[in-house]
Design a protein around this ligand. Structure first.
Ligand code: PMT
Length: 399
């Protein structure tokens, strides 16, 4: 960790004493460590302890005269390669989720662009409270990383989740964040996700089971690797990741309009959405009524093929990736789509396989390019996303 700067925020909890060991481990690995303590944290551990371990002045007061930093909270925010808060109380998580900046730590973390890691520690009831869990969801969707908490006997005597992760484990997470490659820095990536809806009348529609998990995993992985991600999402059922640009659409025609408008300006387009191939010829403005036992015949017309249209407009150097959701003849159908849509790579998934396809956290995919075919094992959607991104970089290098 030589040459790396870690800013460690310490908030008021009994686990604050364990953070001394985090500083010690980081120093041993060669990192520079700046500690910011909240007022309550200083009730548990003296700033002097952290100063002795870090060999740097500990910051506790927003209005203290800076010793060597110009505008201290901004300088520390900029200096951080990784910003860690350990222990992170329910209070600091709530402040971060809501952008509250009322002391040195909350102000500095609001000002940082560094990868941020929180190690929550609190009583089980506070941890499981919907308010805390909601704040955590917000933070995760913005790309904040979370380690722990672990289960076990807590300082309050309760037994359950809420114990801060061990310093060794927190330091490992910091190392992971420090060395996440920024190999997509400067690249513009468009990702589609979710299932479109084709409305028949104001209350009925045709759609599919897409949850958005696959597209969102790709969008967050690309964001974490430094890309400016434009997400075009139809209907999804999980937390939407925070990305550079987020566009919500309803129907396949809306998805077509949004993607065509944005694609020309993108280095990479990855289409994981499940657009409906057909729409109702007629859309009714009022809820349809039953007709005395008569059968209802509805005519459907074909929607535009978005990936094909993007393929026809592909510019030199641009990489286009599609998905193929198949129930039979996986590679045969996927290869047809690769060619028809002028894609550089297609991610073929057999959506009938357990653990693959719609609305699960894992996928089983075969990556197909003009000259290669790679069958992958069961992976989490995030792991698959990382592999897809690795292969995209290889394709870019060959162009
Ligand atoms: O969202 P999840 O629950 O995580 O599920 C993930 C997934 C199963 C939706 C995903 O892994 C997947 O397979 N997405 C593609 C679904 C699909 O529409 O496949 P397709 O074989 O029908 O389409 C082939 C490609 O053309 C896809 O990239 C699709 O986005 C695109 N397409 C399809 C129809 C259409 N009218 N225009 C398109 O551009």
């Amino acid at each position: 960790m030589q040459g790396k700067t870690i800013v460690l925020g310490v908030t008021g909890g009994i686990a604050a004493y364990k953070s001394v060991e985090i500083v010690s481990r980081l120093k041993k690995k060669g990192a520079k460590v700046h500690v910011i303590m909240t007022k309550h944290a200083t009730e548990f551990v003296s700033p002097m302890t952290f100063e002795t371990m870090s060999h740097e002045p500990v910051v506790t007061d927003l209005f203290a005269r800076p010793e060597k930093w110009e505008v201290e909270h901004v300088a520390l925010a900029k200096a951080a390669d990784v910003f860690v808060i350990a222990p992170a109380t329910a209070n600091i998580l709530a402040k971060m989720a809501n952008g509250i900046a009322d002391d040195m730590l909350s102000t500095t973390v609001l000002a940082t662009k560094a990868n941020t890691l929180v190690a929550p520690a609190m009583n089980t009831a506070m941890w499981t409270h919907p308010a805390t869990q909601n704040n955590l969801r917000i933070l995760k969707s913005r790309g904040v990383h979370v380690v722990g908490p672990e289960g076990g006997l807590l300082a309050c005597g309760d037994n359950g989740a809420g114990r801060m992760s061990e310093p060794e484990c927190i330091v490992q997470e910091i190392e992971k964040l420090l060395y996440t490659p920024q190999d997509f820095k400067g690249l513009k990536v468009l990702v589609t996700a979710g299932g479109t809806r084709e409305y028949l009348d104001p209350v009925r529609y045709l759609s599919n089971e897409s949850s958005g998990k696959m597209g969102f995993a790709i969008a967050s992985a690309a964001r974490d690797r430094g890309a400016d991600v434009t997400l075009v999402r139809a209907f999804t059922s999980v937390e939407v990741p925070q990305v550079y640009e987020d566009i919500h659409v309803v129907s396949t025609c809306d998805l077509y309009d949004a993607v065509i408008q944005k694609a020309a300006n993108m280095d990479i387009v990855i289409q994981a959405a499940a657009p409906a191939d057909y729409r109702f010829e007629q859309q009714f403005s009022q809820k349809l009524k039953k007709n005395a036992g008569e059968a209802m015949v509805l005519k459907m017309i074909e929607n535009p093929d978005i990936a094909k249209a993007v393929g026809e407009r592909k510019h030199p150097g641009q990489i286009l990736v599609g998905f193929a959701a198949e129930t039979e003849k996986l590679t045969e159908h996927a290869k047809e789509k690769l060619h028809k849509k002028n894609l550089d790579m297609i991610v073929a998934n057999d959506v009938t396989q357990p653990g693959a396809g719609f609305n699960v956290d894992t996928n089983i995919a075969t990556l197909i390019t003009e000259n290669d075919m790679e069958t992958l094992p069961l992976l989490s959607k995030r792991e698959l996303a990382e592999t897809i991104l690795d292969r995209i970089l290889q394709l870019r290098n060959k162009k």
